[in-house]
Ligand binder design. Structure first.
Ligand code: G6P
Length: 617
């Protein structure tokens, strides 16, 4: 939540900052602002409520001065409505020479604000952030030492924060501090960058350093120094960003979401690459840091939020079926605060696209402290979750910019299949050849996804015809159940239509009361060749809702004649191993929600009230 960018170097700073904010806008988009110190040494600040484009237009009409140092912010409001006044940067000091931006929540701001009010400070916003600007400015006025003033104030702040500060009287340096919120440094030649994630600067440099917990960065054009909050020097290894800058652009698509849906064959293919041999054997080198402990895992708890939690739900079926290890999936925030039972034989798998979701981070810290092993499945290099876990299995979906997750979801499920097969190799529930056969099926997925993508026009048309629907229900069984939940989530997020996913077996225990004439129901139909005959049960469920007036759209396997007999609204996907079907069946649901949202004239990439990365609890 909230995107942060900082720059010191020879380029046009306003352009660097706005370019970085454009790539970070997915983190929050209710207001944006920048501060620069111009060629005459004056601090200039511009901030506007609304999307980044409002700020960009404002600056185009009334340009800021040429500058070589600056900070920028895109906001997702926590304290104070999204107004111009509450937008960041916030200025501090009697002469407003200090500029500050913040991501996170300063939990003790009320107490600090009272102290400042008593000292006669005037506030211009309702934010928690402004206290930090005034406190640092006051400390600096006392000593003339910006770094120690910054350090002293940061030590007084409670909660989560990444803070960037610059001061008109120190025109060569940007200071940053990080506690619980993300911060990455980009290393250039004669220029350096700060960003909430690497997307902020990947256009300019691929060399990066992740900043640790409770650390300060002193950023100048020719050097970057890091220290802890006590002032001791620290160092971290540099890493190379493997995202291509063009991967974070729309590349001719109408929206990032449309592009990211189309990226799925590659996202899944890249996630499989190098991990499945051509004979289907899966081996994950990435799990080596867990050592022999992997053999004694007696329980897996997957923690995640949102779409990542539904990917985990799918994964639970695969891990239990193939590795025969009991799995539970928990929402990170519920897990963290309910005193869960953890032992050194528990593997906690934290699934997160961003690797910065605060609830998931808190859950994993808690699990580690309780002595459990933690594996993270993460899409963002250098993310906090990846660094804090005992081992990390990266999804290689590339940058995901649209707020509603699509390619990260299918890449997460793919990674969990790989994890399940790797764990299964260490157990004896299935023969090597059975597991290899599944591995070979995995390798077919990218081509099968492409097939699904090529046949989506009918679902697009259907989506448009449901533009005025007030509520849509989704039904699925087994691995189709989490896909029903994900389909409903996508529709809520993107089209603001009330939607619910149900386990089809639960229908008669309540949800069927919702069915009335014309009620749209989307059903994920299991494979016709399902050995447990769930197919027949789901077809019966379709009959039950049809008999009560529902309009059914079925997502079914090619050649499924039974479904064609009960509804003519069918979207077919290729036949696959029944456990792998979610990777294909979710795609029509992603497109259904996207198309319906577009038909309603809504912003597909940036739905109201949401942020892609939820970095506050
Ligand atoms: C937010 C996003 C969702 C995402 C969830 C978890 O709610 O809007 O799309 O699934 O966070 O994010 P993560 O980065 O942890 O996967």
């Amino acid at each position: 939540m909230c995107g942060i960018v900082g720059y010191v170097g020879p380029k046009s700073t306003v352009e660097v900052l706005l370019g970085g904010l454009k790539r970070l806008e997915y983190r929050g988009y209710d207001s944006a602002g920048v501060s620069v110190i111009n060629g005459s040494g004056t601090l200039e600040t511009r901030k506007r409520s609304g999307k980044l484009s409002v700020l960009v237009d404002d600056i185009e009409q009334n340009p800021l001065g040429v500058a070589h140092i600056g900070i920028g912010h895109t906001r997702w409001a926590t304290h104070g409505a999204p107004t111009d006044g509450n937008a960041h940067p916030h200025l501090g000091g009697a002469h407003k020479k200090l500029s500050l931006i913040h991501n996170g929540i300063i939990e003790n701001f009320a107490e600090l604000k009272s102290e400042l009010l008593e000292a006669g400070v005037t506030f211009t916003s309702e934010t928690d952030t402004e206290v930090a600007a005034h406190l640092i400015a006051a400390e600096y006025d006392k000593t003339g030492d910006l770094i120690s003033a910054f350090r002293r104030v940061v030590l007084r702040l409670h909660g989560a924060f990444t803070i960037l500060v610059m001061h008109e009287d120190e025109p060569d340096v940007v200071l940053a501090a990080r506690r619980n919120s993300p911060l990455v440094v980009g290393l250039g030649v004669g220029e350096n960058f700060l960003g909430s994630d690497v997307a902020a600067f990947v256009e300019h440099t691929k060399r990066a350093i992740s900043v640790g917990q409770d650390e300060i960065v002193i950023l100048r054009s020719d050097r970057v120094e890091l220290e802890d909050f006590a002032g001791n020097k620290v160092t971290h290894p540099e890493f190379q960003v493997d995202w291509d800058a063009s991967a974070a652009s729309k590349g001719g698509w109408s929206s990032f979401m449309a592009k990211e849906i189309a990226d799925q064959p590659q996202a899944v293919g890249d996630t499989l690459m190098g991990r499945v041999a051509s004979d289907g054997t899966v081996h994950l080198q990435e799990l080596a840091p867990l050592g022999n402990a992997i053999h004694s895992i007696d329980r897996i708890i997957m923690v995640a939020c949102g779409t990542a939690a539904y990917a985990s739900e799918v994964g639970k079926y695969a891990i239990e079926a193939w590795a025969r290890i009991p799995v539970s999936v928990e929402l990170s925030h519920e897990f963290r605060y309910r005193d869960p039972i953890l032992t050194s034989n528990t593997l906690v798998v934290a699934v997160s696209q961003s690797g910065e979701t605060m609830d998931t981070l808190m859950a994993t810290r808690y699990a580690k402290e309780a002595g459990a092993m933690v594996l993270s499945i993460c899409n963002t290099q250098g993310a906090t979750l990846a660094r804090e876990a005992d081992a990390v299995l990266y999804t290689h979906a590339g940058p995901e910019v649209a707020v509603a997750s699509t390619k990260a979801f299918t890449a997460q499920i793919t990674s969990i299949y790989l994890l399940a097969l790797h764990l299964a190799n260490t157990r004896s529930a299935h023969s090597k050849s059975e597991l290899q056969e599944i591995g070979r099926e995995l390798l077919k997925l990218p081509a099968q996804i492409s097939e699904v993508l090529a046949g989506l026009d009918p679902i697009r048309e259907l989506a448009r015809s449901y533009k005025d629907a007030k509520t849509v229900l989704f039904l699925g069984r087994n691995v189709g159940f989490p896909i029903a939940l994900e389909g409903a989530l996508k529709l809520k997020e993107l089209a603001y239509i009330h939607s619910e996913g149900f386990a089809a077996g639960e229908l008669k225990h309540g949800p069927i009361a919702l069915i009335e004439e014309g009620q749209p129901v989307i059903v994920i139909v299991p494979s016709v060749n399902d050995p447990d005959s769930l197919h027949a049960k789901v077809v019966s469920n379709i009959q039950e809702v049809l008999a009560r007036g529902a309009k059914v759209i079925a997502i079914a396997e090619e050649g499924d004649k039974a479904v064609a007999q009960v509804t003519d609204q069918v979207c077919y996907v290729p036949a696959v191993h029944r456990m792998l079907a979610p990777i294909l069946t979710v795609i029509p649901l992603q497109v259904f929600a996207m198309e319906l949202s577009a038909a309603k004239g809504l912003d597909v990439d940036q739905p109201r009230n949401l942020a892609k990365s939820v970095t506050v609890e």
